[in-house]
Ligand binder design. Structure first.
Ligand code: UDP
Length: 234
């Protein structure tokens, strides 16, 4: 195994599958299945899940809601996704704990770093929801922050593209995939990996990021076993 403890970032949008909104049950089951494969190999797995399939703070303005309120709505959306992923993992026999950056005693534990680490040591998958718990951040930033806090070996950013490209491959046919990059190269070439806050946290703490296609079966397990998948920034 290339890593011992990973932080997997899944966007809320990915959970939509081909739908326009919400959670696609097939995609949810597929993700739980891919995660189970790495748990079964003894890897410690923490997950940060996004909320973009339900609500984003940026959308709030359009419906007359202020940004801070909207960001809180977005964070609650990540809790809904976290609960769904937790159920799906449990259905597959994986032990999980859902933690939240916003206290919500009835449905999940508050985020307490030592407790999170203990869960991981005991082989439980820990899902971090409600992002950082603060508005004006993203779940990518939450992924970097939590990864550093729990001393994860790497942030694995599961997306629907298979790495970092010179341009958006879904828009530009001339876009070329890059296999390995330094943090400095990403800055110099102005490549899109994560938002600047998330990226800076990783860079300053020397935490590698791997961007990979989470929708391709076995990609996650192959990646943690050391296969050359996605793009690594280190
Ligand atoms: N959010 C926030 N603080 C955080 C994380 C998320 O305010 O620490 C809000 C923000 O409004 C964001 C929404 O939650 O738009 C959903 O998260 P994100 O957009 O990162 O989800 P993803 O794009 O990964 O689905």
């Amino acid at each position: 195994m290339k890593y011992k403890r990973i932080l997997l970032k899944l966007s809320g949008e990915a959970l939509m599958g081909d739908q326009q909104y919400g959670i696609d049950p097939t995609r949810l089951e597929q993700y739980a299945n891919e995660i189970k494969k790495v748990v079964d190999k003894g890897l410690e797995v923490a997950i940060v899940i996004g909320g973009g399939n339900i609500f984003r703070g940026m959308q709030a303005d359009r419906i007359g809601i202020d940004r801070v309120q909207g960001d809180h709505m977005g964070m609650l959306a990540t809790c809904i996704n976290g609960m769904a992923l937790q159920s799906s993992l449990e259905q597959q026999g994986v032990y999980t704990r859902l933690m939240s950056g916003i206290q919500m005693d009835k449905v999940c534990e508050p985020f307490i770093r030592r407790r999170a680490v203990r869960h991981l040591e005991k082989g439980r998958v820990v899902i971090f929801s409600a992002g950082t718990g603060s508005p004006f951040f993203t779940t990518d930033s939450a992924a970097s922050l939590r990864a550093i806090e729990i001393e994860a070996d790497v942030v694995l950013k599961g997306t629907r593209v298979d790495g970092i490209y010179t341009a958006d491959p879904e828009k530009d046919p001339k876009a070329v995939k890059l296999e390995e990059l330094s943090f400095e190269e990403v800055l110099r070439k102005d490549l899109k990996v994560m938002d600047m806050t998330a990226f800076t946290l990783c860079r300053e703490n020397k935490l590698p990021i791997v961007v990979f296609d989470m929708n391709k079966p076995d990609n996650l397990i192959r990646l943690v076993e050391g296969a050359n998948i996605g793009t690594t920034v280190s």
